[in-house]
Design a protein around this ligand. Structure first.
Ligand code: PLP
Length: 435
């Protein structure tokens, strides 16, 4: 039976309390009446008082690009925030990973970068940026609770003489176990490049992300917790590395050299000054937003844990601060009467709570990488990665913007998940439309 008749009028049965919205019942949250916080958060007052003056300053300066004083000033400020000595803004997070790798390994165009180890649970750019720099990839498994690189799997993947770099990813905003990873890397002479694209302001026992390896890559793409639409940044405390990053992103120039000399091969991955001005304003808000997200995450942790089959995200003992780029729970399908994760996602979305499955495959299994392997037989290898597979099969992601809402909104998230779990457990056979 359909949930609504042709005129869209609900029957008494449809309004029955507890009926899933995906089956035509009333959603937990009316998203039109109560929209979730937008990301980024636009506002007339914000524009007038903070954004417009910052952009106007760039405009009136007459300098919108080279020699990028605003980008350099922001990069220095952000590096300092991370606890690193130097920063360089680039066009994207993907560029930042590639530039960091090239600079740390002192790669020239066409060089064989050797083997680079990375986790099998991450965004495609971690891999594609390394492939772009001539790396052969080695995928390793992740910790089953924090989803970050498993140091034991990393250690098992090391081949002396072949492994040149490791790229731990602070995935979803949770810092990787950098103490163990850097200890192993140091023991084997392996360079460490943090992929911190999702982890602005996260912290582990060694310090803040961006200052935990030889260099780190950040993204300011539109979904990120610090954004200017598109952009990236490399941090490091090694002056030689930052000079090589500068050459990589600015046609090979020596930042202290003559403009028309090109000591290295490089490309144009320079940012616009306007982007740096925007980031400079928004960096002022980052700490407050991190604290707010953490408070909301703690509420969710406590309340979602009470729902059968739902495991809230864990923090590793090394984690001092989770940046919550994403809030991810693990689902036990048995508690949802075996319903597919896609069904669960659709049902929670219909309750007015946006969520997604996130990465649905370990990176090494994606078509792009399978094709790369087919064409180039030695281009990558993968260690056994059962944890990455399980996480891909069972996770449910909520975006960081939801965590910028308040306690009653967190209760809507909990109510939606609880309602879906109860309904599926009670009535596993029914489809979405009540048929
Ligand atoms: C883990 C990770 N690495 C790298 C990137 C690449 O950043 P960008 O999209 O700015 O190129 C992203 C962005 O989504 C990411 O999540």
């Amino acid at each position: 039976m359909k949930a609504r008749n042709r005129k869209g009028i609900r029957s008494a049965k449809d309004i029955h309390a507890g009926e899933l919205a995906v089956r035509g019942g009333t959603p937990v949250r009316d998203e039109l009446a109560k929209p979730w916080p937008a990301w980024p958060q636009p506002g007339e007052k914000e524009w007038r008082e903070r954004i417009e003056p910052a952009l106007k300053k760039v405009y009136l300066s007459g300098c919108e690009g080279l020699p990028h004083p605003a980008a350099d000033a922001f990069a220095g400020r952000f590096a300092h925030y991370c606890g690193a000595a130097h920063g360089r803004m680039v066009a994207s997070g993907t560029t930042a990973v590639a530039a960091a790798l090239a600079a740390v390994l002192d790669l020239h165009a066409g060089d064989d970068a050797g083997e680079v180890i990375l986790p099998d649970y991450t965004f495609i750019a971690t891999a594609s940026a390394a492939i772009d720099r001539g790396a052969r990839l080695v995928f390793v498994d992740v910790d089953p609770r924090t989803f970050t690189m498993d140091p034991a799997s990393f250690e098992a993947a090391i081949v002396p003489g072949r492994t040149r770099a490791v790229v731990p990813v602070h995935i979803l905003g949770h810092p990787a176990d950098m103490a163990r990873i850097t200890a192993l890397a140091n023991a084997h002479g392996i360079q460490v490049i943090e992929d911190a694209a999702q982890a602005h302001g996260a912290q582990c026992d060694l310090g803040r992300t961006g200052a935990l390896g030889h260099a780190a890559a950040f993204s300011f793409q539109s979904s990120k917790n610090l954004t200017c639409g598109e952009g990236g940044l490399v941090t490091t405390s090694d002056p030689a590395i930052i000079d090589r990053v500068a050459a990589f992103m600015d046609v090979g120039r020596d930042p202290q050299g003559y403009r028309w000399d090109y000591p290295r091969l490089g490309w144009n991955y320079r940012p616009s000054e306007y982007l740096a001005a925007l980031l400079n304003v928004r960096l002022d808000d980052l700490e407050g937003q991190i604290a707010h997200r953490a408070r909301m995450a703690a509420l969710l942790d406590e309340r979602l844990a009470a729902i059968p089959g739902v495991t809230p995200p864990a923090r590793g003992p090394w984690c001092r601060r989770h940046a919550y780029h994403l809030y991810a729970v693990l689902l036990d399908p048995a508690a949802f009467a075996g319903r597919s994760r896609d069904d669960i996602v659709a049902a929670v979305n219909a309750e007015g709570v946006p969520c997604s499955a996130g990465y649905r495959e370990p990176l090494s299994a994606t078509p792009a990488l399978r094709e790369h392997l087919r064409r180039h037989g030695d281009s990558f290898r993968a260690m056994p990665c059962p944890n990455a597979r399980r996480i891909c099969d069972h996770s449910l992601w909520f975006g960081q913007n939801l965590l910028l809402a308040d306690e009653p909104d967190m209760n809507d998230i909990v109510a939606a998940v609880a309602k879906v779990q109860r309904a599926f457990a009670a009535d596993p056979q029914r489809g979405h439309d009540g048929d």
